[in-house]
Design a protein around this ligand. Sequence first.
Ligand code: RB5
Length: 149
Amino acid sequence: MNIAVGADHGGFILKQVVVEQLKQLGHTIVDCGADTLNPADDYPDFARAVGEAIQRGAAERGVLICGSGVGAAVAATKMRGIRSSVCHDTYSAHQAVEHDDMNVLSLGARVVGDELAKELVRAFVAARFDGGERFQRRLNKVLEMEGNK
Ligand code: RB5
């Protein structure tokens, strides 16, 4: 699948690890930056780039990385059609897709190490939305809230 990956300076180093892992798993990367380590860059810019890649259909899912994962997730969830959360345990990384149709995984490079990040990414991309009636019903309520913003 096409996966948009973006990171600010806090996530820049881990982004290379995540990109390599996704490539090894056979996915195509839509690189949303940062291209260089710039301590003055801002996570909302990368959250926007990843969100827009999904909105225009260039990517099916996204991975965002900042220092904590929080800022990037907060910014991404402001965008229509983007459902993102920080998931630093593998259960959440796949369950958030299966139950909640999360399409952007957010990671904190100052919180998780390389190996855990790789496991989290693997769990995220392997998961599919369950589509069961109760999950769809809940998702519809979330989408309704989004429409009312
Ligand atoms: C940047 O220093 C840091 O604040 C950012 O990467 C992120 O952790 C925000 O949530």
